[in-house]
Design a protein around this ligand. Structure first.
Ligand code: URA
Length: 289
């Protein structure tokens, strides 16, 4: 019977995988778990609930170690898009793998449809928001409501168009009442976004708002601490099919919905975007007014 990952375990695994990825290690090979190894392994692993019927013969420590190992391989299993060089095809494979997703509670909390992402699969620039709102849920496309109109204007101010970039969200289903997605929802959904980033291989990802920034960077900090610099970013837990892709830069700026509420911060957001433009060699269009 397929088992879902315990959220604490998923967090611990994500951190462990990121650590290995940062050292350049992406390939993991399975080894039989013997009693002693299992006992040792569990000492720095996270305890997970064990199904008594399937684990009753084992000591709790050994059963936990076996569960950790099984789950590591579930997370690290090769992704079906690996080996596909066309990013559009890669995205299609990820969309098919996502299916009619029921992996987190959002699937039964009123979503109309999954909002996968939109734009140019061969872009240098990606924007990542928080999650679909009512308009996005209705239309199946990210950032099409009021915040989307402002995002379009921000993109235009950079001298490019919405069609030239790729836009996605941390969670692909609308949280009811536009509430902030729960951490568990973000962690369940974001591996698909990580895979999207790994096939698109942008030069820069812009995280729109704290939820996107904290999830992508796996870091808990305020917007004031997160903005104003680039981070070296590699999508966690996946390897790009291009061995020469070393990851990309990530910048954090304010979410357009926040800027609608507090337009005085638009100047600060523009500074963030100018930093991105410089990195990408973009020039703002000459003002027509
Ligand atoms: N806010 C987001 O974070 N994403 C959208 O797609 C729309 C609004």
């Amino acid at each position: 019977m397929p088992r879902t990952l315990d959220p604490e375990l998923r967090r611990a695994l994500a951190a462990r995988i990121r650590y290995y990825n940062e050292m350049g290690i992406y390939d993991f090979y399975r080894r039989e778990t013997s009693g002693e190894v299992a006992e040792a392994a569990v000492s720095d692993a996270v305890a997970v609930p064990i199904q008594p019927e399937s684990r009753e013969e084992m000591s709790p420590r050994k059963a936990a170690a076996v569960a950790v190992e099984e789950n590591i391989f579930e997370v690290l299993a090769p992704k079906p898009e690996q080996g596909v060089s066309d990013p559009a095809k890669g995205l299609k494979i990820i969309r098919e793998d996502l299916g009619d997703c029921t992996r987190c509670p959002l699937h039964k909390q009123g979503r109309k449809q999954i909002v996968f992402g939109v734009g140019n699969p061969a872009t240098d620039l990606m924007f990542v928001g928080e999650g679909p709102g009512a308009d996005e849920d209705q239309q199946g496309e990210p950032f099409v409501g009021r915040a989307g109109q402002l995002l379009n204007n921000m993109i235009k101010a950079m001298g490019i168009t919405r069609e030239q970039v790729y836009i996605a969200n941390i969670v692909k289903c609308r949280p009811p009442g536009n509430r902030t997605p729960e951490r568990e929802e973000c962690e369940t959904c974001s591996p698909f976004l990580m895979r999207q980033i790994a096939v698109i291989k942008p030069k820069v990802v812009v995280a729109l708002g704290a939820v996107a920034a904290k999830t992508l960077l796996a870091m808990n900090a305020s917007m004031a601490q997160l903005r104003g610099r680039f981070y070296d970013f590699k999508p966690a837990g996946v390897r790009s099919n291009d061995p020469n892709w070393e990851g990309c830069k990530l910048a954090v700026t304010y979410h357009p919905a926040f800027l609608l509420r507090d337009p005085r911060q638009k100047g600060e957001a523009w500074k963030d975007l100018q930093m991105v433009m410089k990195e990408l060699g973009l020039k703002a269009p000459k003002s027509t007014t």
